[in-house]
Write a protein that binds this ligand. Structure first.
Ligand code: FPP
Ligand code: ZN
Length: 419
């Protein structure tokens, strides 16, 4: 393990020389960018004044208290997430596992009961009890249940109906609708590939044409847009690349141009990532963007790239840790997008997930840690494809692989699809 003892990158000259230059041409974008940099400089200067030897600390206890309370009580501000309740379970449970904080069995069991109420009679999970099945909460619910990882949790998932639901949203061109009658974008493909692979329900035709459709989402920038022809964005790029990895087709993407695009999304002044070209840094891209680097590393390694480092990912891991620890923590617990924004469970989950990616290089066979600050800042590693701790992924795969893959059924009748 390596404790980073060098002075913080942000307190050197280097940092100022990396600030945004507008060449005396002000635009809405350049003014916003400068405002963000000024607010970050303020945070850094205040921190420097109060700490002689800068060693940013993860506010472990405060985050734990914030997360634990969220599993039982949510403030009125969460009303707008009434159709995303399985997401709240996932964001909180994953944050707690990263912090290595166990969840009491009675609470885990209550989460299972709640998620069972979100499962639709037609298969898949909805955003809340009685709502319509949708791929995003389906992904969140299955991930949350795999994190809990008990028999009770696994048994919540009706695998046959889950497969029926996936076929009901599958399109002839290989893409998936987010829900019946809904929109198509590459998030749905990742959600489908993730839940189908974890629960071992991938039947021969489920992902027919899908890799080709994902490949068409990669554009001239190098990243992927939501559908073919749209602007590249970190959220969609992660979904497309992770889905390709699950389907074993990552080499259908232009990996070198993807690498070039994603490394250019790490902000030179802030240290965090932006979601797309010319936009602002945001803590949640610490996972959606930085999480791409382990996936790319492995893909390029299997292509025989001998120039790859054996100790670090291809992004500035220390700079990202500085951004998260100094700029994205609420002193009362919870993490956030950027200074001045409020904390929420989404940003708490993805800032911590990105921090875990930046702290841990490699996988089980070759593992190297780079922890900024004291050892107490160390998080548990996360699986870069599923964003669940790797042991929970292995445990779920082991459990569900004992069961056979369900058979594809005719949508209307629910009867066997025989020739
Ligand atoms: C732009 O928001 C954001 C998007 C267009 C979608 C982002 C997608 C994800 C985060 C992936 C979700 C993943 C799953 C598994 C459902 P914006 O314009 O507010 O932000 P920006 O200015 O940072 O681009
Ligand atoms: Zn965000």
């Amino acid at each position: 393990m390596e404790d980073v003892l060098s002075p913080l990158r942000c307190f050197g000259e280097y940092h100022n020389s990396e600030s945004f230059k507008d060449d005396n041409v002000k635009t809405v974008t350049s003014v916003e960018q400068k405002k963000v940099e000024d607010s970050i400089q303020e945070v850094l200067s205040a921190y420097q004044q109060n700490h002689k030897l800068p060693q940013p600390a993860l506010l472990r206890e405060q985050h734990y208290v914030y997360l634990k309370r969220g599993l039982r009580y949510l403030s009125d501000s969460y009303e707008c997430l009434d159709a995303s309740r399985p997401w709240l379970c996932y964001w909180i449970l994953h944050s707690l596992e990263l912090l290595d904080e166990p969840v009491p069995a009675s609470i885990s069991s209550d989460v299972c009961t709640f998620l069972a109420r979100c499962q639709s009679p037609t298969g898949g999970f909805a955003g809340g009890p009685g709502q319509q099945a949708h791929l995003a909460p389906t992904y969140a619910a299955v991930s949350a249940l795999c994190i809990i990882g008990t028999e009770e949790a696994y048994n919540v998932i009706d695998r046959q109906k889950l497969l029926d639901f996936l076929y009901s949203v599958k399109q002839p061109d290989g893409s998936f609708l987010m829900h019946v009658g809904g929109e198509v974008d590459v998030r749905s493909v990742y959600c489908a590939a993730s839940v189908a692979s974890l629960t071992h329900i991938i039947s021969p035709t489920l992902f027919e044409e899908t890799p080709g459709w994902i490949a068409r989402c990669q554009n001239w920038e190098g990243g992927l847009g939501g559908v073919p022809g749209l602007e590249a964005h970190g959220g969609y790029t992660f979904c497309g690349m992770a889905a390709m990895v699950i389907l074993g087709k990552e080499h259908m993407l232009n990996l070198k141009s993807l690498l070039r695009w994603v490394v250019c999304r790490q902000m030179r002044f802030e240290g965090g990532f932006q979601g797309r070209c010319n936009k602002l840094v945001d803590g949640c891209y610490s996972f959606w963007q930085a999480g791409l680097l382990p996936l790319l590393h492995r893909a390029l390694y299997t292509e025989g790239d001998s120039t790859l480092s054996q100790r670090s990912w291809m992004f500035e891991q220390q700079a990202l840790q500085e951004y998260i620890l100094l700029c994205c923590q609420n002193p009362a617990g919870g993490l956030l997008d950027k200074p001045g924004k409020s904390r929420d469970f989404y940003h708490t989950c993805y800032c911590l997930s990105g921090l875990a990616i930046a702290q841990h290089f490699g996988s089980r066979d070759l593992h190297h840690e780079l922890i900024l600050g004291k050892d107490e800042n160390r998080l548990v590693p996360t699986h870069p494809v599923y964003n669940i701790c790797p042991e929970k992924v292995a445990q779920a795969l082991k459990h569900f692989h004992q069961l056979s893959v369900p058979v594809q059924r005719e949508p209307a009748t629910g009867t066997l699809n025989l020739p």
